[in-house]
Structures are given as C-alpha cells and as structure tokens.
Design a protein around this ligand. Sequence first.
Ligand code: 5AD
Length: 346
Amino acid sequence: MKNLIDRLERGEPLSRPDFISLLGGYRDPELAGCLAAKALAVRERHFGRDVFLRGLIEFTNHCRHDCFYCGLRRGNRHVERYRLTLPEIAARCDLGHSLGFRTFVLQGGEDPFFTADRLAEIVAALRGRFPDCALTLSVGEQPRETYQRLFDAGADRFLLRHETADADHYARLHPPAQTLAERFRCLYDLKEIGFQVGAGFMVGSPHQTAGHLAQDLLFLRELQPHMVGVGPFIPHPETPLAGFPPGDPDLTLFILGLIRLMLPKVLLPATTALGTLVPEARERALSFGANVLMPNLSPLDVREKYEIYTGKIHQGEEAAEGLARLQTRLAALGFRTPRSRGDYPG
Ligand code: 5AD
C-alpha cells in the first residue's frame, strides 16, 4: 500500500481498484502516518507554511431544493428562514476586511429571490468596494448564462460540491429532479467560463461505499478543480437521512491526504463539519495537507439558522471574531496566515 502512496505522489494515475485498496488501509496508523508526512511535504513545497483564511457569509438559508441530507432542505418546516440585504452583506465584508480577510465566500441555499440580476448586483458592489479581495460564490446550480454574468460582474471563484460522482448514489441522496449530469454540467461550465472551481463530497454519506469514494477521487482527477471541500456527513434530525451514522473523521483525514498528493496545488479546507465532529480534527487536517480555513463571518443572529447539519459550530475559533486566537494558535503550530487572496498557484 505504501507503494500506491508513492505512485500517487509521483503523479501516476491510480485505478479504481488501487484507490479502493488504499482506502481500506485508513485505520493503519503507519500507513496514515506515511500519507500525512508526504501530504505535508507536498503542501509545504507549493505553499510553504501558509494557511489561507476565508470569511464565510451565509447570506440566505432559503432553498428550492430538497436534498435528503441537508437541514436547509425545502421540506424542513422547522427552520426560520432569513435573507441578508446587500448593505448587511457589505457590512460583514467591511468587518472581515478590517480583520484581515482577503477572500469572502458568499454561500446560500438556492434561493429564487436571488435572481441572476440580484446576485450580479451584489457581486459588482463588492467588487467595487473590495478591489484587493477575491470573491467566492457558493449559490448552487445555475444556468450557464448566470454563471457567466456573475463572472463578468467580478466573481473569481465558485464552490459547488459534486456530493458523489456515482449517479445511482446521487439518486439516493437527492430527489429525482436533481441529477448528477446537471451537477457535472455546472462544474464544467464554471471551469470553462474561467472561475477557480471547487468540487467536493461528504465522507460517510448514507449508502456510500469505498467504490463510490474511489469514483469521487477519479472524478477529481478528471475535473482538476482548484479547490476541494471534503467533510464528514453529519445527520440532521429533520431530514430523511436522520437515522444514519456520521462519517468517520479518520477516513476524512486520510482522504484529504490522498487529495493533497493527487492534486498538489489544490486549495483544501479543513472543513467546519470535521471540526464539529471532533474539535481537534481541524488541526489534524492541516497535518494531512489542508491549507484553508473558513471562519464564520455571518451576522451572529443568523448563524444558528444556517444549520446544514446538527450542532454546526460557529463560535470561538470557528468564528471571525475569534480570528486573533485562531491566528495565535496557528502561529504556535508554525503556520502563517498571510493577508492575501490566496489564489490557486499558477
Ligand atoms: N452533513 C455534512 N455535510 C453536509 N452538507 C449538507 N448537508 C450535510 C450534512 N448533513 C454539505 C454538502 C453541501 C455543503 C454546503 O454542505 O456537501 O455541498
């Protein structure tokens, strides 16, 4: 198995059976240690000791979709829905900018109120106000023309996890109106338009097999995204998948390491879901090659309402207000948090 890790590090393409057998070894401490050491070295080669910070603004929790895993699904009547206005969003960016953030991530459900016009207006306003910042959008599946308008208005990056690269598995996580083909269409459109694109998936989502995870890794190799978001599944009580167990944090870390080796320059967050499940796991993610953290910059009174999964953390070092403490701790671990956009290295 070490041999497979060596081959991945050398940039050789692994097959689906290769990935399945590698994934089977995630509980072996020696193998995991070997992977972490290599992932760390690769991260260091391309990024030194830099960890990039992104200010996350959750600007709407309305959603037209009904994903079986997500607490913000349309069918969940127990959510108090909210939307932020442009002045409210801009005020959070002002605060974030003064704290040192140079990337803002605007994330929301697929909210029909935010038409292409309204989204483009927000992007253009923030682009004008923060010329030294990167703007990342995470607003789901949109027509190609909308993506193009948002890019032309000044958005730089787009996050859209593929969730699973297997069509049958996708169909067990989403209603029939949502298809993997459409998700892929969006990701390839975004890339062609010129966005820095983030894909990704949940580890331990219901009905997931090692074969599915291997497929996810093969898909990432094909797509060559600039960013990859991977976190454990965490059940939400008001969803059809409430009864399934959470994903395994150790498997999540192992997969982060594999992704770092396979896509050496990728921007790889230590996700909030991982930190929610195991508090120390976000730091451990940095030792498996992660190099991005996304503290919560949403207004305090809406954070509880953006509950994608149970117990989502949004305070302390997970929050923009806790930034100084986070930076101190990262410095103690030997990491730098530069005040830069932290773009994909060219
Ligand atoms: N557990 C973990 N992650 C989840 N997401 C949605 N619901 C859950 C859940 N229950 C992730 C999805 C989505 C991202 C915004 O959050 O991967 O793309």
